[in-house]
Design a protein around this ligand. Structure first.
Ligand SMILES: [Zn+2]
Length: 409
């Protein structure tokens, strides 16, 4: 947390794949100059699938501006490693009802998740990470995609993993029991005719799946521990990209245990984003998955029950989540949930909000920016992350953030 008069730490990110074009580099360099002069940007997290040549150019641009370069590494999906099909998660069904916009997929992300228990024993995954880490002058590592697939990965991803390696890790009986309990949960959902009945069915159903979800959390923790130990052994700080508290248990991220392996966390508190990790996207995807199982609930009742289950304020009318997104008051509500947890006192919390202009996923405006910034400053989180790609931010967004912080510090 922020101590006394310490400067608010401001981080941002850059996404790309392979060699960036000359125009992309020039755009990034102009954004870095603006961000450094207008808001004293402290760190840039650089996506790990960017080529060595481009990475060199970006890290030197950072150094010349006094910005710390960090490696932004996607561990369990989109890792820059070949031939990972055999390592992918195996869901309850192979149903492909993946809910990510074409626009986002076109940027080069697949969101195809690997099974953590297979990843844990894969030499090629960790050695690729170490190779990239040692190839540049990074100051820290930011681990992303350290989780199970979420609702935007559809039914087949959300209810996973049932592969042989997971069976060995958790015990065959745990997986067999989980299959049966999922079936029982799905049939209970079919009887729910009010939001309250849906809530009870979900709570009871998930209670029965506790040991399965505990084994998933241990797996995510083992992966984070593995990568974190390697990064710290070469003097790097470690940050983690985490789902919002309302969604974290669905993807088996336990804030408390994970805080023991990290210097800072970035909870992704995206109230308006229609893409993976965005609260509205994940909520609506969950509703799509639940819809065929809940024939007695209309859309409003289904969303009300799910919001209640997740601790999300759906606003009024609740059906306006699509296309309005969620009320911005969910941002402070999620921070409250984090502060109520018993995290390691050494772990800093830098909330991440979506500062991009990237339709149809989301385009920020000054009203939304002011609301996010006000909450970050009220909670004195000590830092924030302008997510998730500085090249997709308007200059006026960067300028607004700088002016707002200067006026209100
Ligand atoms: Zn598995």
């Amino acid at each position: 947390m922020k101590k006394g008069t310490e400067k608010l730490r401001i981080y941002s990110q850059v996404f790309g794949k392979g060699d960036l074009t000359a125009e992309h580099h020039e755009l990034l360099e102009s954004k870095l100059e603006l961000a450094r002069t207008k808001l004293q940007l402290d760190s840039l997290m650089i996506w790990g699938a960017i080529s060595t040549k481009s990475m060199d150019r970006i890290t030197s641009a950072c150094s010349s501006w006094g910005i710390e370069p960090h490696l932004w590494y996607p561990v369990l999906a989109d890792a820059p490693v070949c031939n990972t099909e055999e390592l992918e998660v195996q869901g309850l069904s192979a149903a492909q009802d993946f809910m990510v916009s074409e626009e986002q997929l076109e940027t080069g992300e697949s969101f195809a998740f690997l099974c953590p228990s297979k990843a844990l024993v894969s030499e090629s995954l960790i050695s690729r990470f170490l190779e990239i880490l040692s190839g540049h002058d990074f100051r820290g590592v930011f681990l992303d995609r350290i989780r199970f697939p979420g609702p935007t990965n559809g039914f087949g991803g959300l209810f996973s993993c049932f592969c042989g390696q997971c069976s060995r890790f958790a015990g065959e009986d745990v997986l067999k029991d989980a299959r049966e309990r999922y079936e029982a949960l799905f049939s209970k959902l079919g009887n729910a005719s009010t939001p309250d009945e849906l809530l009870v069915a979900l709570e009871e159903g998930m209670e029965g799946l506790l040991s399965f979800y505990e084994s998933r959390e241990r797996l995510v923790e083992s992966i984070v521990s593995q990568y974190s130990i390697h990064a710290r052994s070469v003097g790097m700080s470690v940050g983690l990209d985490l789902f919002a508290p309302s969604l974290a248990s669905l993807v088996s991220q336990d804030y408390v245990s994970l805080s023991g392996y990290t210097d800072w966390i970035k909870p992704m508190l995206y109230c308006k984003t229609f893409g993976p990790a965005g609260l509205p996207a994940e909520l609506l995807s969950l509703a799509n998955i639940a819809k065929p199982m809940t024939p007695r609930l209309d859309r409003r009742a289904l969303l009300e029950g799910l919001c209640c289950f997740l601790g999300i304020d759906g606003g009024e009318p609740i059906t306006s989540i699509d296309p309005e997104g969620l009320p911005l008051r969910n941002f402070s509500r999620q921070i409250d949930m984090i502060l109520a947890k018993d995290l390691s006192p050494e772990t800093d919390i830098y909330p991440g909000f979506e500062a991009v202009d990237f339709p149809p996923v989301y385009s920020i405006n000054h009203e939304h920016l002011a609301s996010y910034l006000r909450d970050c400053m009220t909670f004195e989180t000590g830092g924030l992350v302008l997510s998730w790609d500085i090249c997709k931010m308007k200059d006026e967004t960067i300028e607004f953030v700088g002016d707002y912080i200067e006026r209100n510090s």
